[in-house]
Design a protein around this ligand. Structure first.
Ligand code: PLP
Length: 287
């Protein structure tokens, strides 16, 4: 199934064909809004609380007042699964914008946020998770506030497109030679059994899976070092991997056409993949 028929909007549940927006809508015209993508496994959310909390942090950062409480939206998202009788692996996409108003950069007054959420099936990327993926490096041309999960994704879109045109899975973003994250995931380097990743500053999105990766590393006594690494460090790495709600913990085995270590997923990455599967209560795909 593609998009499930029942969607959530600010006025309640509706059929997906019933949802329309005026063309003067802040999300459409300015990207003036925030969003979340939450993983669903077997009809159940993974890291729901973490995502909802981040949605509120993003909204606060852009001075957007959300028309629901944390508890309300959590309940409605759970109801959305039930209403659609969702039992498979998928995602929910949830967005909130500053509403519909005559086009003007400054905030409109007396406008309610527009909100919608829909679910769709998305199987796990089994083959990539087992064998690893390739990536290319790209300049990080984004703004200073990448910790906000805003709708403004043009630099991410262009970087991902460049990766796709190169036959690669992801684009690794660098600012002045320092790796920040990827176009739609966080990235980590393993060297001498330490995990290195960019600190959770305003320059990167604080991934919900990243938070978990830090915990998994702690549980297994693997040092998790929040220290940025350079593009050239990638080519001397023992392992490289990325994380996100749709990619889980994904090995990267090739960058810019060069093999990372022996070109196979490494043992720390495998350990973290196993911890992820246990935490999300899903099947082991690597045996
Ligand atoms: C730029 C960026 N970084 C990191 C992530 C990973 O975040 P999460 O683990 O919460 O899915 C995403 C997810 O879409 C992203 O777009």
């Amino acid at each position: 199934m593609s998009v499930y028929p029942i969607i959530l909007s600010q006025t309640g549940f509706a059929h997906r064909d019933e949802l329309t927006y005026p063309f003067e809508e802040r999300g459409l015209q300015f990207g003036d809004g925030v969003y979340e993508v939450i993983r669903i496994y077997g009809g159940k959310y993974y890291l729901l609380t973490e995502h909802v909390e981040r949605l509120f942090r993003s909204a606060e950062a852009i001075k957007l007042s959300l028309p629901f409480s944390n508890q309300d939206i959590t309940k409605r998202l759970l109801d959305l699964l039930e209403q659609n009788e969702m039992v498979s692996d998928g995602i929910v996409y949830l967005q909130a914008t500053r509403g519909s108003a005559p086009r003007n950069h400054a905030f409109p007054t007396d406008t309610q946020a527009n909100v919608y959420a829909y679910i769709r099936d998305m199987p796990r990327k089994t083959n990539n998770l087992i064998n690893g993926v390739s990536a290319i490096t790209q300049r990080d041309t984004r703004w200073e506030n990448c910790y906000i999960k805003s709708l403004n994704l043009l630099p991410n879109v262009l970087a991902k497109q460049a990766a796709q045109e190169n036959g690669s899975y992801e684009a690794i973003l660098e600012r002045d030679g320092i790796v920040t994250e990827c176009s739609s995931s966080n990235i980590y380097l393993v060297k001498n059994d330490n995990i290195y990743t960019h600190p959770a500053t305003k320059t990167i999105l604080h991934g919900c899976v990243r938070m978990r990766v830090e915990q998994f590393a702690g549980n297994d006594n693997i040092p998790f070092v929040e220290e940025a690494f350079a593009v050239e460090d990638i080519f001397a790495a023992d392992e490289l991997f990325l994380s996100s709600s749709t990619s889980e913990v994904m090995p990267i085995v090739e960058v810019d056409g060069k093999m990372i270590a022996d070109g196979k997923p490494g043992k720390v990455t495998r350990q973290l993949q196993e911890a992820y599967e246990k935490d999300a209560n899903i099947n082991k795909i690597v045996t």
